[in-house]
Design a protein around this ligand. Sequence first.
Ligand code: FAD
Ligand code: NAI
Length: 468
Amino acid sequence: MADRYDLVVIGAGPGGYVAAIRAAQLGLKVACVEKRATLGGVCLNIGCIPSKAMLDSSELFSLAQHKFAKHGIKLAGVELDLKAMLSRKDDVVKGLTDGVKFLFRKNKIDTLFGAATLASPTSVKVKLNEGGETTLDAGHILLATGSAPIELPFLKFDGKVVVSSTEALTFEKVPEHLVIVGGGYIGLELGSVWRRLGSKVTVVEFLPRIVPIADLELGTLLHKSLVKQGLEFFLETKVTGAKVVGNKATVIAEGKDGKPLSFDCDKVLVCVGRRPYSEGLGLSEVGVAVDSKSGKVTTDRHFHTNVPSISAIGDLIDGPMLAHKAEDEGIAFAEILAGKAGHVNYDTIPSVIYTWPEMASVGLTEEQAKAKGLDYKVGKFPFAANGRARTMDETEGLVKILADAKTDRVLGVHIIGPRASDLIAEAVTTMEFAGSSEDIARICHSHPTLSEAVKEAALAVDKRAIHA
Ligand code: FAD
Ligand code: NAI
């Protein structure tokens, strides 16, 4: 007889594992099926965590080379030990993926390592990694199988020279010349890593700007900063193919004016977005509807698919492909399943690009506010006028707040600068509580901190910043 569960979760990424834990906390009997050998999904294994580990290590390497002397610290012969850097990254990943295993045990969640297929609307067949097969009966099934990199038909991944982010997190040697196709999140983060470690980095972007989703003013500042750091950009440039010979490639592209371009390099990182991952899941067999254009599983606001006993969350469904979005959906899903209220406010999901300076945003960009015909005010404050930023010698960037001209309600906040990733939390909280720029301006911020730049930008909405 098949094992019976209240909930079977397919995929142990930040969406699936968080949903499993919350459902177990709420008293449901839960199993989670994961086909990778470790838990944590893309995020912990080959995404957020290893990329941030490499960003943090390469940032320290860069500081030691270029910044310490200004702080009066003399270092002789700063050298890269790439093997040790990669191994530290692997240790961080192992610690966190083992942590999820511990949390599953603690919450009495049964874990099955193997590939899951929907056998019916209420049962899941698992081809176990250790061999053999089993079937689980489920009161409810949650699909949380995430996403995979988009492959360009004329530039197929070979895992050695033409690679995705997964391989670009594990290069054993610093590439001499890394060509990156796509100037979005992955291109800029991993481009920064390898540039800091010594590669020549060329980013080829299809659109006239990098990070197309960002506020244009901040995106332009980030572009300029990355150019100063030595990254080379070709915008409005269309890659049309590549010739790979041995360990080298020549990437062929068409420039702005139709001009033919070619780049000789030793690695090509293709990062032009990700697609929902549902191979082998058996969606069509049980009649789960997917969007014909994006391939994403169609859900309502409560994560129900068209099949009543099957729900879906995370990168597999509509919305930004971000770990915290997947996690919040996992919690909301579990609470709804257990008969409680659960919801995700999609208007206040922050996004962060972990370059240096970091860039973080929540809410509307200025372009979106304009397109909506909103009457808005803007307050900006530069980190150059912030005391803590000066003590850190990290004065690049600014905070920009958009507020409704009439009600003063905060519409969007965009930060480029040191630790923007942490600073954005205050903006998210304010927006979640439908707060105003006046609210931020009246809150006492410790001195000297970077957070004072957020307060000053709020004061600047009414042209009353004190320190600029
Ligand atoms: P996933 O994390 O993709 O997990 C899905 C899991 O399901 C996988 O482990 C997969 O093996 C498993 N699975 C799939 N099919 C089956 C099956 N049939 N049976 C069993 N198991 C199956 N987001 C951020 O918010 N911040 C970041 O800094 C960030 N950095 C990133 C860096 C990189 C290089 C990449 C690639 C992504 C990054 N992301 C980041 C995005 C983030 O990783 C994803 O948004 C997040 O992992 C999505 O979570 P998920 O639970 O939906 O799916
Ligand atoms: P992306 O969507 O961020 O960027 C892709 C870029 O490639 C865009 O600028 C796009 O215009 C460009 N592009 C598309 N087709 C192209 C082509 N043929 N030639 C040249 N350029 C082309 O996608 P990316 O970087 O692959 O990342 C995937 C997703 O993973 C992100 O959208 C994000 O959701 C997630 N992620 C999040 C991170 C974070 O939160 N810090 C870090 C890394 C990934």
